[in-house]
Design a binder for this molecule. Structure first.
Ligand code: SAM
Length: 266
């Protein structure tokens, strides 16, 4: 389906939880976040049902994100429900990789095609500092497990302050080269201030070619990451919310005072 700026909207990102097992400094405060209640979070049936509507209306690419998608209980079941929607050509997940060693095979069997794993440094101490509690070794095991399970290509998302020349980013790029991983760096964004730029090696951050919609874990369909608008799929119904989001997709991002990365999924 085309929006009013003639962009073909084909890509749906689904945040399946607002919970995360890390507290990355640029993403989430250490404490004091009000988490959604069980009844606010979309059920598996709602997520799969909405995906069906989205695919019937032109979505061909779906990414599962969070929070941390692997902390959602029964994630492999949810993946298999989504993957059985006919018409999805590309089904991927963005994860911090901490729990991937445990889930990689199950996810592959459930129909997940590939993963993006977030990794900002290969220095174990710095990793724990940035994530506030993460253990680098667990992510490295997760990356290996993803490769073994053939969740390919495995892409690494590396958030940088300013440029890819930062020592941590260069070390991550080198690590990727050695280990057959694709590398993409993302300049740190600020939703409230509205600072964002194109993602190098990826398709994000470029408004004129943006083909995305985002579904939050409490069922708000967002036409743009840098915009407050969100259409409630429970209140409006799937079809109406989908069409409204496409109709209201802005020409370009401005700012988002409502969401954090952790509840919209990046
Ligand atoms: N927990 C998963 C993970 O870590 O990949 C998925 C959710 S996370 C919010 C999705 C992506 O958003 C990650 O690659 C993360 O690095 C990125 N991200 C979070 N905060 C960001 C920020 N302020 N600027 C740019 N990217 C950000």
């Amino acid at each position: 389906m085309f929006d009013r700026y003639n962009r073909k909207i084909e890509y749906l990102r689904i945040s399946v939880t607002d919970r995360c097992n890390l507290r990355c400094r640029y993403c989430m405060p250490e404490e004091g976040i009000k988490l959604l209640s069980h009844s606010e979070i979309l059920t598996f049936d709602e997520i799969a049902g909405f995906t069906e509507t989205a695919v019937a209306n032109g979505i061909t690419k779906v990414r599962i994100t969070g929070g941390e998608p692997l902390v959602r209980k029964g994630i492999a079941t949810l993946v298999s429900m989504i993957s059985s929607v006919e018409g999805i050509k590309d089904l991927s997940m963005t994860t911090n990789g901490i729990l991937l060693e445990r889930f990689a095979d199950e996810l592959k069997k459930a129909g997940l095609q590939r993963v993006n794993i977030s990794l900002d440094t290969v220095d174990a101490e710095k990793y724990t500092f940035i994530t506030r509690n993460g253990v680098l070794g667990n992510v490295l095991k997760g990356i290996e497990a993803a490769q073994k399970a053939e969740l390919l290509p495995v892409k690494i998302n590396c958030v940088v302050k300013d440029s890819e020349d930062e020592p941590d980013a260069r070390a991550v790029a080198e690590f990727c080269k050695k280990n057959g991983l694709e590398f993409r760096y993302i300049k740190e964004m600020d939703l409230v201030k509205g600072t964002f730029s194109p993602v190098t090696g990826g398709s994000g951050g470029n408004c004129s070619s943006c083909n995305r919609l985002r579904l939050t874990s409490d069922g708000k369909l967002k036409p743009c990451l840098f915009n407050d608008a969100g259409f409630d799929i429970r209140e409006m119904g799937f079809e109406k919310a989908f069409k409204a989001a496409i109709e209201m997709k802005p020409a370009s991002g401005q700012r988002n005072r409502i969401n954090g990365f952790y509840n919209i999924g990046g």
